[in-house]
Design a binder for this molecule. Sequence first.
Ligand code: FES
Ligand code: FES
Length: 152
Amino acid sequence: MVKFMLNREPKNFDGDGETPLLWVIRDFEKLTGTKFGCGIAQCGACTVHLDGVPIRSCVTPIGALEGASVTTIEGVSGEEATAVKAAWVAIDVPQCGYCQSGQIMSAIALLQSTRTPDDKDIDAAMSGNICRCATYHRIRQAIHNAATSMEG
Ligand code: FES
Ligand code: FES
């Protein structure tokens, strides 16, 4: 039995400890905002926060999460999350949308650690999040806009 927090709610998982967190989130908890892309930590579609740090849930076994706090796109909150979501909507970042919850989770984590990132910071923080629709330019702009909005 693994006890952990998911979006600030206590959860128990009774199955195989090798089960990837992504399956627990999607199949057991029915939170489908977090996406499966590659399954091998190469695309970032499955990004969630583990104790505030962005991780790839497709390669994170649930058995390693005893006592941990996991946040998904459905539960992420706070100043940075509000600013990022607003900036994403304002400049209409997504195209197909498939990669976007992972992009947003990485962007929020970046702003939580670096309040006014430059292009280099953004590229470094977002390099593990692949977008097949190539929305990278709008993602970068939205992160700058979110940072600016938090200054006011
Ligand atoms: S699905 Fe996890 S990194 Fe691609
Ligand atoms: S918006 Fe389509 S993959 Fe990123």
